[in-house]
Every structure is written in C-alpha cells, then in structure tokens.
Design a protein around this ligand. Structure first.
Ligand SMILES: *Cc1c(COP(=O)(O)O)cnc(C)c1O
Length: 374
C-alpha cells in the first residue's frame, strides 16, 4: 500500500516513473542488465543521458545559448561552487535573503568569498526578528534591494522550501535596479510551471524535490556565463568541464539521471509544463482556500502574494493540536505534513507527483479536524 506522501524532499515521485523503473530494473532495453550496471560510456546508457537532456530542453524550451548539466553534491555544493567559480579576488556578489535556504547560500557564499579574497553582501533581507526567532513570510519586492552596480552576480532563491515563501507571478526580472547576472536556487521551484529559464544566467536545483531522486543536481547555465568562470580551479569544480563533456567527465549518477529521464517523459506524457502548472495551481488553490475558510483555526503566516504553490506552510491554535493532526493524517495514510524542525507548525508539499485527489483527501481531513476542534 502506497501512502499519500506530502514530504518536502526527498519527495513523492510520479508513480508511472517508478513503475517504469521497476519494469526495466533487471533487464534494461533487452540488454540483460539493469541500467545502473551499464558503462556510462556505452551506447545504452548514453541514449538515456541524451534523452534526459533533450527532454529538459524541450519541456522548458531551453535555447542553444544555455547548457543543461547534470552535477552532484546537491544544491548545497552549488552554494560554494558558484562563488568559487564566479568571484574573482576583490569582487563582490549580491544575495537576496528570503528564508532559510537563501540564508544558507549567503553564509556559504561568505565562507567561499573569504577563501577567494572576495566578498558577498546582503542586498535585501525580508526577515523579521533576531536569531532563532527570525521569521520569513514574504519574498522581496522589486524596489526593495540595494543593488551593487558592480556585483559579479545576484543570487536569490525562487521558492523557500522551509518557509513556504515563493516569488510571485514572474520571478525572472524581480529586481530592475540590478544589472548583475542572475543566479537562482530553484530546487523546490523546478519543473512545475512554464517559465523562461533562459532569462537566468545560472539555475540550479537538487533533483529530489520535483525532478527525481537525490544524487543529481540540475544546472541550466548560459554558455557566456560558464565561459566567465575561473579557469585555475580543479577541473572537477569548473562548470565548463561538465559543459564540454556533456556531464560525462567522470561517472555521473547514472541511475538518478535515468529516473530523471522517466520523470521528464512522464511530464511530457501528461501534457507538458502548461498542463502540470494548471494542475499544480488547482491543487494549491484547493488547499489555501480550505485554510482561508477557517482563519480562526488555520493560520497561514506567509503574505498572500508570496504564498508557495509547492510548500504550503500553516499553523493550528496549539502545538498539541498540530501533533494531533499529524497523527490523524498518518492514521489515514497521509505522511510528511510536519513542518521543518527549525520553524515548527505544518507544511504540505504539493509537488508534481501529488495527484488532485490526494489534496482533496487531505482537505476533507482538515475540514473534519477543524470542525471537531475549532
Ligand atoms: C532542499 C533544498 C536545498 C538543499 O538541497 P541539497 O540537495 O540537499 O543540497 C537547497 N535549496 C533549496 C531551496 C532546497 O529546497
């Protein structure tokens, strides 16, 4: 029995992508072995690798100006690899902080910049309160940043997975006052809607939120930006190495990339990003409407225009009720709704693999729970 899995990441994968992996596990494409037992240089694996890249290009409409790369080390390695590659001694980069992940990206940027002899600065920070109690409930507005005209790049996080804060309608050019190349962490914001990703200079996303299993990190980067990266780094840490070797410089995480291929093929089969976006917006509207109908019982801390379509964060009147709801959901076959340990409360993640009827089941449970305890 599979449960309704609202985990934030690693998260639910589309059932057809898993079933395909199951069916092909022992004998991939009539080769008598699993795809993970194939050489990464052989034609059987290469077909999967190439298909994954082409599907990504097709679904997002990635133009020739941009590379599609498979990397490792998660989004967390990108926190360091970006400043290591694109900050030269004496330079500075801008960071927009809107939650826990962008804060972490900034802190790792600080460490790396110190190592390089460069610096990073906070161009905007929407947090309120101090220390552990600091809370994030909204994205940064267009006029809100203090941009450094000479910044090597501007980094922001389009969806804050822990705080449930997402940049609204068009995240592409959110800060007109900055002319710097845009580097974005889209880990939990990836592949759920139509978006012109070529408006960014470098996009990175750990796969395990919406794209596949952990172990592979997707990077979409402009060729011109990649060419600007430092050339005196170890080869393995240069984006250009991945680009020139088609992400086959060393052994890539072949099985993870295979699963990404399955997920991308599934997205295409259900109608591509337009259809996926329509579904995701319907799911999120259903859940937020349910919460908004009982404001005395459910409290959504995030500003309406910054509410995440992927990670819905809310509170109940007491922590005891929150624990009670988590237990009730579990008894009904629904898991993963507990908030992140750093912020508490509840969080429901509605990635692509969550079907509408799973959200309907959760909403029915929430309504019954509010009626009983409200
Ligand atoms: C999950 C997540 C990360 C961390 O990803 P890892 O792959 O574990 O390094 C970074 N940023 C965001 C926005 C995330 O959701």
């Amino acid at each position: 029995m599979r449960v309704l899995n609202f985990n934030p990441g690693p998260a639910a994968l589309p059932l057809p992508a898993l079933e395909r992996a199951r069916d092909e596990l022992l004998d991939f494409a009539g080769t008598g072995m699993s795809v993970m037992e194939h050489s990464h240089r052989g034609k059987d694996y290469d077909a999967v690798h190439t298909e994954a890249i082409l599907l990504m290009r097709e679904l997002y409409g990635v133009p020739d100006s941009h590379e599609v790369l498979f990397m490792t080390g998660g989004a967390s390695q990108q926190f360091a690899q970006v400043p290591l590659s694109f900050l030269k001694p004496g330079e500075s980069a801008d960071y927009v902080v809107t939650g826990a992940w962008s804060q972490k990206a900034f802190q790792e940027g600080e460490r790396t910049a110190r190592f390089v002899g460069a610096s990073v600065r906070v161009a905007a920070d929407t947090g309120v309160g101090e220390g552990k109690a600091r809370s994030y409930t909204r994205a940064a507005g267009p006029g809100e940043i203090e941009a450094d005209p000479n910044a090597a790049y501007l980094h922001f996080t389009t969806n804050e997975t822990i705080h449930g804060v997402q940049f609204g309608i068009d995240p592409r050019r959110p800060f007109p006052s900055s002319k710097a190349p845009l580097v974005v962490d889209m880990s939990s914001d990836f592949l759920w809607r139509k978006l012109d990703v070529s408006a960014f200079d470098l996009v990175y996303a750990g796969a395990q939120k919406n794209l596949g299993p952990s172990g592979v990190t997707l990077v979409i980067a402009s060729k011109a930006f990649v060419a600007r990266g430092r050339e005196d780094l170890p080869k393995i840490l240069q984006y250009r190495t991945n680009a020139s070797e088609r992400s086959l410089y060393n052994t890539p995480p072949t099985f993870a990339i295979y699963l990404v291929r399955n997920v991308l093929a599934w997205v295409k089969s259900v109608g591509g990003l337009e259809e996926i976006e329509r579904l995701n917006r319907e799911k999120a509207a259903l859940l937020y409407d349910c919460l908004d109908r009982s404001p005395e019982f459910f409290r959504c801390p995030v500003a309406k225009d910054s509410r995440s379509v992927m990670n819905v964060v809310f509170r109940l009147p007491t922590e005891a009720l929150e624990a009670d709801l988590v237990a009730r959901a579990k008894a009904s076959g629904m898991v993963g709704i507990k908030g992140h340990r750093s912020v508490g409360g509840l969080r429901v993640s509605l990635y692509n693999a969550i079907p509408l009827d799973a959200v309907e089941a959760l909403v029915a449970l929430l309504q019954a729970f509010a009626k009983q305890h409200g």
